[in-house]
Design a protein around this ligand. Sequence first.
Ligand code: UDP
Ligand code: MG
Length: 356
Amino acid sequence: MELRHPDSTRSARSELLPFPDVRGARVSGPNCDLDIVIPLYNEQAIAPQLHQRVVAACRALSLSWRIIYVDDGSSDDTVPLLKKLARENPLDRIEILSLKRNFGQPAAILAGMRHADAAALVLMDGDLQDPPELIPQLVAEWQAGHEVVIPQRPQRKESSRLRGFAFHSFHRLFRQLSDLPIPENCGTFCLLSRAVATAIVDLPECHRFFPGLRAWVGGTPKLLSYQRPARAAGEPKQTLSRLLRYAGDGILGFSRKPALLLLQLGLGLLAISSGLGCAALGFWLSGWASFAAVTGIACGFLMVAGLQLASCGFLGDLLLRIQEQAKQRPPYLLAEHFRNDLPAAAAHPSPQKTAA
Ligand code: UDP
Ligand code: MG
């Protein structure tokens, strides 16, 4: 019997589509059990090894799977290489979404998530810092009932000490500032159930800090400890300026604390300045003019500084509220809906029967 790829006609057809859905929305494909989404930008040095290791990990699973590579505008041979590897094994379900240009890793992840429609979704970097061999463990936790499974690294090996220090400091700072309990030292690498993945994709905000959105939607995740290896080859592809912008998305999108801190600091200075004002008045009434002058001047300085800080904090909080409104996150998400499905007759007994 001839073995055919379940979607052999579909893939041929979708390559011919003159105008693929440019937002990356699903164009085809029945559900499978697991989608693996991998963003890639100029990773030709890693692509063959990555593909071989991801496919090997997936083949060990006893469920149906599909790998979705999202090419984020690579200018090297990443895509031709992946197409060649995919053609070599037509029974493996491999899809490649190519973005029009380099939009950055968060956009590439969103494109892959929008396209995915399986019962669960694994997101991972394509530089092999997220070991594909962990996929079966993630799946096992999902099958045990966890909706969000996140590998957590005790440390991360970075290409430079400065980069490692920057990541570490950001994670610590973010943990202090964030309004949500976001687990420390966790990146994009995770498994999401369909419900959680859909809820994240449906959030309409444009500055998307993925670990924040995942925590906002996903509740308490199951954490798995692992050693994060160094990049398999090449230099990190995320520029420092993009990483800083991403860090800003995280802090501004998930924390009211900086604005509240300014407000509290300003109010504190105003309280001290009013104490100094009273002291200056006391000195002046007691005839200690020089003390009164010094405390009066200090009171004036602190009052101006306090007023400025408090107004900045107040305006900051106001802007955050407006931003909150613009982000249009739903006010709540439902985790479960239980109904005791009694037959209608039992739930609402007729009056005659009740009387009898
Ligand atoms: N990446 C991407 N678009 C970019 C930069 C990076 O899709 O503009 C991909 C990259 O190919 C890799 C993943 O995102 O698969 C993580 O990138 P990188 O290793 O450079 O980031 P870091 O490890 O520093 O977070
Ligand atoms: Mg990396």
